[in-house]
Design a protein around this ligand. Structure first.
Ligand code: ZN
Length: 426
């Protein structure tokens, strides 16, 4: 399980036109406003809005999600529990098995070897033909597996999995099992919106999302539970959309574990991201129950810190790469008075380099960018830390608190993504 930063990796790109595909979806009626719900909180009767969302007026075909499981593979054991075929990109069958078994895949100079025999130069698919699963590195997956040598010569394992089972698995990877069913449903819609946005923007690439916290945590079949499957089914096909420039678009519904007392605008973190209301950040402080609402002082020796920054950020930041031994770190820009947006690193000769606080957070494995910096003679202290993750979009522990207070998933989503609309995409 990983509640850490989500969706800070490939990120969501901007601009997609869905005007055709969304026109005929039906709006799901809005629940009462939060102010009203807060007014009746004392009664704790719940504020569940409409009971059942209406059915979609038509189905919208959605292809499978392509999840990058592994990359830079040299050797990989893949077990198939029943009949399968191996095909090439043109769907020609290269091998057929009626009983399943173990496949030993190896990256060779000439291509991809399967059990010692060259089967493909660039790409092959392992496709179960019955209700069987594929086991990769100890994890069972639905759908099928593509092995691909990409343009950089790296062998990737990519799971092609139908979208809804993917959501059921992501819920198990993203939320603790003790969370409320309405928090699970809110997470299901957010995860579905996020991945659908990615899919609509990655058609030309080889994969849509990775399986780790840089996208959404996906563990295949092992992460599905009764709770996650129920939340997925109860919200099947539902996504968040927003209107921008007369066009309706699926929301890139970022979320993170613990905001620490308010979320931040996505464009504060991601350059060029459009200024849209649903991702402008909200001043809601509901995640005090999270163990990461505040975090302990984090101490880095200046020597180790420089080494870590150069290794992680140096290749992309030439002024940073030129720095000598570090003298100070200072927050040079803030996002909203709480979180660092930009940090200036100064070396002992007075040379400076600027890094984004989000990149610094990831390079130094800090829980969030909500911190203060204290410069000590040999060390840099990160103090007054709050939250875990990038703090954009929905706060998972805040969603859980709202659910405990009686709000349903629609109200949770409307609160953390104000101005968005919930629709049934299919
Ligand atoms: Zn929060």
């Amino acid at each position: 399980m990983n509640l850490a930063e989500l969706s800070s990796g490939p990120g969501c790109t901007v601009g997609l036109g869905l005007e055709g595909s969304l026109k005929k979806t039906r709006r799901i009626s809005s629940p009462p406003p939060l102010s009203f719900c807060l007014a009746v909180l004392g009664m704790l009767t719940g504020c569940n809005g409409s009971a059942q969302p209406p059915r979609a007026s038509r189905a919208v075909p959605v292809r499978s999600v392509r999840v990058k499981l592994l990359e830079d593979i040299k050797l990989l054991d893949v077990a198939v529990s029943g009949a399968y075929v191996i095909t090439n990109d043109q769907n020609n069958i290269l091998r057929r098995s009626s009983s399943g078994g173990l496949l030993k895949l190896r990256r060779a100079d000439e291509g991809i070897l399967v059990n010692g025999r060259l089967l493909a130069r660039k790409s092959l698919y392992i496709k179960p033909t019955s209700f069987t699963t594929i086991q990769v590195a100890g994890q069972k997956y639905r759908g099928y597996l593509r092995m691909l040598i990409n343009q950089h010569g790296s062998l990737l394992a990519i799971n092609h999995v139908p979208l809804e089972p993917y959501i059921a698995s992501v819920l198990g990877g993203e939320l603790p099992s003790y969370f409320h069913s309405q928090a699970f449903r809110a997470q299901a819609v957010a995860a579905r919106s996020y991945v659908l946005h990615r899919m609509l923007n990655t058609n030309r690439g080889d994969w849509d999302v990775s399986a780790g916290p840089a996208s959404q945590v996906y563990g295949g079949l092992n992460s599905e539970t009764d709770m996650t499957t129920r939340a997925q089914r109860k919200t099947r096909g539902q996504v968040l959309v927003y209107r921008s420039g007369g066009r309706e678009q699926v929301l890139c519904a970022f979320y993170s574990s613990t905001c620490g007392g308010g979320t931040q605008a996505v464009w504060e973190v991601k350059k060029g991201f459009p200024h849209i209301e649903p991702l402008a950040g909200v001043k809601i402080d509901l995640c005090q129950a999270s163990p990461y609402y505040t975090w302990e002082k984090r101490v880095w020796s200046k020597t180790d810190l420089r080494r870590a920054l150069l290794a992680k950020l140096g290749p992309r930041n030439t002024s940073l790469a030129r720095l000598g031994p570090i003298k100070t770190l200072q927050v040079s820009r803030w996002t909203d008075g709480k979180r660092a947006r930009q940090v200036t690193v100064v070396d002992q000769r007075g040379r400076k380099a600027v890094v984004s606080a989000e990149q610094l957070r990831q390079a130094l494995q800090l829980r969030s960018t909500w911190f203060r910096i204290e410069n000590r003679p040999q060390e840099i202290w990160f103090t007054h830390g709050r939250g875990w993750g990038h703090g954009m979009g929905m706060c998972q522990f805040g969603a859980e608190k709202m659910a405990q207070l009686g709000y349903d998933y629609k109200k949770i989503l409307a609160t953390y993504y104000p101005g968005s609309e919930l629709v049934r995409f299919y």
